[in-house]
Design a protein around this ligand. Structure first.
Ligand code: PLP
Ligand code: TYF
Length: 386
């Protein structure tokens, strides 16, 4: 029965958790998995989430099944956060197990309609994107998105590639805080991409996993909203796992605009979700709903998110101030930047300095603290020279 299975590599990012844990050196620094950490190096539960959990503990009347869409209040209250006040009418919305669940469901939906449809994505990208799409049956096409040496988006290359996309092709776009590069499109570039996709009849799939960690909730959704203004068909894979600190609670949503085809699309999404997980896990979305229903908890959440964002951007400034070679990181956004390191240099950082980062040279800036910026910059300088 299992003879046909091929060996599979472990998740390259999640494998770093164990590697780091098993390193006995006390000065070790974890810049691996994309989890926010405060200046003490911790990832505490948001106070707003704790508040919402207290409310749920006292008032939740039942654990009986919800419908297949998940928590409707969560979806309704998240819609203006994502799409803007008064926007998002007519969208199909479904709660999913994290942003990953939303990406997989979006890919399954496309494949159910057009088996083997093409999905275009810039490289580098989150290493899990391509396998998710291929597992769902899609054909992945790539174009160069980011030049590591110059630390810039290759916008001309991207536009040249996208000018060849066909009607009904899907194009993956990172909504904000690009993983792994931190390099996002400017709003002018978003307008050009949105106009091109609309003109060609291609369907954007916007992956928004870090709303609020870059420049703020509205600013980080500006690209997505530009796409919504231009295109009649849009897929949005959304994650609450970073901006509500819910990670293991697996909280996300798929939003779909399918003008004129809402009913057939909705029924297919429900069928696909039913055959995958039936109903999404409740707790994270219920906590988010309780926060968004309550003015005080909402204000507390926004303040906590502001604090996270400000700290990440402070680390960016500290790195850029400490070494002119890191100047490009100042204007990048979100948890990640991609350093121009060869695999041997990434290995040397780990072996000689106990600094853990993804094999690609990606660092999670939130893994640095006021105390560790300096040793990190010195270790990096040694590896770049060595
Ligand atoms: N998309 C991107 C770009 C990500 O970095 C992540 C990472 O967590 C996800 C999607 C998946 O998010 P979740 O943990 O909610 O599944
Ligand atoms: O890129 C990251 O580090 C985050 C966390 O399978 C993550 O997106 C990594 C791998 C994975 C799920 C989440």
């Amino acid at each position: 029965l299992f003879a046909g299975l091929k060996p599979q590599a472990p998740d390259p990012l999640l494998s770093l958790i164990a590697l780091y844990k098993n390193d006995p050196r006390p000065q070790k620094i974890d810049l691996g998995v994309g989890v926010y950490r405060n200046d003490a190096g911790d990832t505490p539960v948001f106070a707003a989430i704790k508040g919402a959990e207290r409310v749920l503990l006292e008032t939740q009347p039942t654990k009986a099944y919800l419908g297949p869409e998940g928590d409707l209040g969560f979806l309704e209250l998240m819609t203006p956060v994502v799409f803007g006040e008064g926007k998002g009418d007519g969208l199909i919305a479904l709660q999913t197990p994290g942003g990953t669940g939303a990406l997989r469901l979006a890919a399954e939906l496309v494949n159910a309609s057009t088996p083997g449809a093409r999905i275009w994505m810039g490289t580098p990208s989150w290493p899990i994107h391509a396998p998710i799409f291929r597992t769902a049956g899609l054909a992945v096409e790539t174009f160069g998105y980011f030049d590591v040496a110059t630390q810039r988006v290759c916008f001309d290359e991207m536009m040249a590639a996208l000018s060849a996309v066909g009607a009904d092709d899907v194009v993956l776009l990172h909504g904000a805080c690009h993983n792994p590069t931190g390099a996002d499109l400017s709003i002018q570039q978003w307008r050009e991409v949105a106009a091109l996709l609309a003109a060609r009849g291609a369907v954007p799939l916007v992956d928004l996993a870090y709303q609020g960690l870059g420049d703020g909730l509205d600013a980080d959704a500006a690209g997505l909203r530009t796409v919504m203004d231009a295109c009649d068909r849009v897929l949005v894979a959304y994650s609450c796992d970073k901006n509500f600190g819910l990670y293991r609670e697996r909280t996300g949503a798929l939003f779909v605009r399918a003008r004129g085809e809402e009913e057939i699309v909705r029924s297919n999404i429900l069928q696909l979700a039913r055959c995958a997980w039936s109903m999404p896990p409740d707790h994270g979305a219920a906590a988010v709903r309780v926060i968004l229903e309550d003015a005080a908890l909402s204000a507390q959440w926004r303040t906590e998110l502001d604090t996270m964002r400000e700290r990440i951007n402070q680390v960016r400034h500290a790195l850029a101030d400490a070494d002119p070679r890191l100047e490009p990181l100042r204007d990048q956004r979100g948890l990640f930047s991609l350093l121009p390191l060869a695999p041997s240099q990434v290995e040397a950082m780990r072996r000689d300095h106990a600094i853990y980062m993804a094999g690609s040279g990606r660092i999670n800036l939130a893994g640095l603290t006021t105390a560790t910026v300096e040793p990190f910059v010195q270790a990096l300088a040694a590896c770049l020279q060595g």
